[in-house]
Design a protein around this ligand. Structure first.
Ligand code: HPA
Length: 274
């Protein structure tokens, strides 16, 4: 049997031994947002390490757990902590958690992250609705034999970020007076931040924000037919564009500062998905 398929089924069985919860939506929390999972009506938790083969993050500040619960009437599974390609995981392992969310029943996916602003009109601390993405600097998560049960060999990427879900996100942001920019997310390999020359290149390519996650997750989710909404917290301006030197600590600090507004946005958004 295909190993990627087998690993997913193994993780799925491990979850089903602990809970029969069927989520309607999945939420991936980016840097600084971990606390959000504590604010929902929690039904149960499964630590990543309880599932054999499940990739466990090595990055400081990224704990690893699925949190199942409700926001309003909506049943949600939250990924508290994600893994990145730069940690050394196979790209198929990086997207395993998102695939698992779909396997559990989630038809919709909300992806969040911290990202560097490429668009000179952006400011650190603002949010950006992801309209489209550039993932060409990483291997596709669909590399290898296609698993027909999951999706087609050549899935289109037009409309990868769902129009209706995006409109709802804009409506909720407007209701709360939270400025929400829109733009193109570029995923880089990391873990090094970009050089100023690379930042210039990404801008020339049409990027508005740059980060080290999300795009490959969106591809895997899209392959399985999930409807996706993505929001970046612009935690810093990209290398050479900002006034403060770029560091993991600074990115974390701004992301934490922006977290209350981000959490408010997400909570209402998910409630309204019902
Ligand atoms: N570049 C890449 N990834 C990031 C950044 C950045 O500037 N900020 C947060 N994640």
């Amino acid at each position: 049997m295909n190993q990627v398929y087998q690993k997913l089924e193994q993780c799925f069985q491990a979850i089903r031994k602990k809970t029969d919860f069927i989520p309607q939506a999945g939420l991936v929390l980016g840097s600084g947002l971990g606390d959000f999972a504590e604010q929902i009506d929690i039904a149960c938790r499964v630590d990543y390490k309880e599932m054999e083969g499940f990739p466990v993050s090595t990055v400081e500040g990224h704990s690893g757990q699925f949190v199942f619960g409700r926001i309003g009437d909506v049943r949600i599974v939250i990924m508290k902590g994600r893994v990145h390609h730069y940690e050394g995981y196979e790209i198929s392992d990086v997207v395993l958690p998102v695939r698992l969310m779909k396997r559990m029943g989630a038809e919709r996916l909300i992806l969040t992250n911290a990202a560097g602003g490429l668009n000179p009109g952006f400011k650190a601390g603002e949010f950006m609705l992801i309209k489209d993405q550039i993932s060409s600097f990483l291997p596709s998560p669909l590399t290898g034999p296609n698993i027909e049960e999951w999706g087609p060999r050549f899935p289109p990427m037009e409309g990868i970020y769902d129009e209706e879900m995006s409109v709802l996100m804009k409506d909720v942001a407007e209701k709360f007076d939270i400025p929400l920019r829109e733009g193109i997310y570029v995923q880089t390999q990391g873990p090094n931040y970009e050089s100023p020359a690379e930042v210039k290149m990404y801008r020339l390519l049409g990027g508005d924000a740059v980060g080290m996650s999300t795009a490959v997750e969106a591809i895997a989710a899209r392959h399985m037919g999930m409807r996706i909404c993505g929001v970046s917290c612009i935690s810093n301006m990209a290398s050479g564009m900002g006034t403060v030197p770029l560091s993991h600590e600074e990115v974390g600090r701004i992301a934490k500062e922006a977290a209350p507004a981000f959490q408010k946005l997400l909570k209402e958004y998910i409630r309204k998905l019902g």
